[in-house]
Design a protein around this ligand. Structure first.
Ligand SMILES: [Zn+2]
Length: 460
């Protein structure tokens, strides 16, 4: 085949490094760009990206309906004129144009011209959503993730356990690629506790002096428990130097391993978007690769800086499947642009604050299950594991927060009352609480088997 192109022919690596500096040089270059430079690069890439997205039927149709023309993008504010979409629109696109939908610019046939990967998301209800990545998209995505992992403390030459599930999902690969290709780490592909037992993971981490174990914070704490059961102190007998994890009780993680926990934000279709710096005043967005907006989850209207709403993300770096004003329905807020104590002018966003589409109306009050869990875990005697159920009881909406405790079962009633009181105080509505022993929620949360533990089920 004459038009067959290998990875190194399809991707101009020198250009890629110039456009998206990988760590460590990132911290001396794009990370310290001036506000003018940041916004100049954003607008230039946004205009380029819009011209490309305009050729994709999904976007072209929606833009025509909304009267948005990419040639009207003269400032970053003009991006507000483009319509946003949610995962429901993507699902509809797949249903109308099976099996890939019409929202992607590439199909497997394009792999001849440029190597590609495809990963699935969703699939618990309805069809899986495939995302096709060109090789360029994989590599830039990996550079962005490598920046995050570097800022979280991983260094070239480190041994890292990758305990995310190697499966159809992007999860494990989105770490494997940056660790191997851009951070020059030696990766042990342990996968989850179902593939490599928790005990074996502890042994490997100990024997190979691993500096990080990539998994959920919850599973990392399980690994620490296993280490203690083996007579090891996670802080001194292991060599963990980085808590590159996002889901779980950060304070407990820091206390357990004696390492700071810097937060990141990202999702399946675009990978890492932002990472916290040591000043811990928000997560710096990789603004050479993204524009992040915040909207009201119900109306889609812009929200002012500081107000929590749904994140709308536009990526600026891809060549394949475009994400142009994707309302991901994750909740957070934006800080105004100002110089951080770390020296960077990159815009900061708040930490992930829950799911907009998990919002539950409980007797007229908006409630986010993740927020309930966080409040419950503030009560002494709880361990960082919870599950929230919404039920319909005698014609009334009710919620039950199930929280784990390793305290003496005789104390459970006391803890339950304390958690109920705390929830009532914060939310103004009564929410029932169940206190259970550690591990009792595993079937509900799918802690050991799922890339993200489940925290909520609507049973109404
Ligand atoms: Zn900073």
């Amino acid at each position: 085949m004459s038009d067959l192109r290998r990875a190194w022919q399809a991707v101009d690596y020198e250009l890629l490094e110039r456009m998206y500096p990988p760590p460590p040089q990132y911290l001396d270059t794009a990370y310290l760009a001036s506000p003018e430079e940041i916004e100049r690069v954003q607008l230039e890439r946004l205009q380029h990206r819009a011209r490309r997205a305009a050729t994709i039927p999904f976007h072209a149709k929606r833009w025509a309906e909304a009267g948005f023309d990419p040639r009207d993008l003269r400032s970053l504010d003009d991006l507000w004129h483009a319509p946003a979409y949610t995962v429901d629109d993507i699902r509809q696109s797949i249903e109308d144009h099976p099996p890939y939908g019409d929202y992607q610019a590439i199909t497997p046939a394009d792999a001849v011209d440029e190597p590609m990967r495809v990963f699935m998301s969703g699939g618990t209800t309805g069809a899986s959503r495939p995302t096709f990545y060109t090789w360029w998209d994989r590599e830039v995505g990996a550079v962005l993730t490598a920046r995050g992992l570097y800022m979280q403390g991983i260094r070239p030459g480190d041994v890292v356990l990758n305990s995310w599930a190697y499966g159809l999902h992007n999860g494990a690969f989105s770490f494997d690629e940056p660790l191997t290709r851009w951070l020059n780490c030696a990766v042990l592909t342990t996968s989850t506790g179902n593939v490599t037992s928790t005990r074996k993971q502890v042994e490997l981490a100990r024997d190979y002096r691993a500096t990080a174990i990539l998994t959920t914070g919850d599973y990392l704490l399980r690994i620490a428990d296993e280490a203690r059961a083996m007579g090891l102190d996670p802080k001194t007998d292991l060599n963990i130097r980085s808590l590159a994890t996002n889901i779980g009780d950060e304070q407990t993680l820091e206390d357990t391993f004696g390492v700071p926990c810097y937060s990141t934000y990202g999702f399946h279709e675009v990978q890492y978007v932002s990472v916290e710096c040591p000043a811990r005043q928000g997560l710096h967005i990789f603004e050479d690769a993204f524009v992040v907006q915040v909207v009201d989850p119900d109306t889609g209207e812009p929200l002012p800086d500081g107000e929590t709403g749904a994140l709308v993300v536009t990526e600026l770096y891809k060549t394949g499947s475009a994400q142009f004003r994707y309302n991901i329905m994750d909740l957070s807020f934006l800080h105004p642009r100002e110089q951080c104590a770390c020296g960077s002018w990159l815009r900061r966003m708040g930490r992930f604050a829950g799911r907009g589409d998990n919002m539950v109306k409980l007797r007229g009050v908006n409630v986010w299950p993740e927020a309930l869990g966080k409040i419950a875990l503030e009560v002494p005697g709880t361990t960082p594991d919870y599950f929230v159920r919404a039920l319909r009881i005698e014609g009334r909406d009710e919620m039950v927060v199930m929280v784990a405790s390793d305290a003496d079962p005789a104390q459970h009633d006391h803890i339950r009352a304390a958690v109920e009181a705390r929830l009532k105080e914060r939310l103004g509505v009564r929410i029932a609480v169940d206190v259970v022993r550690p591990g009792a929620l595993d079937d509900l949360t799918e802690l050991a088997t799922s890339p993200k533990p489940k925290r909520f089920r609507d049973e109404r």
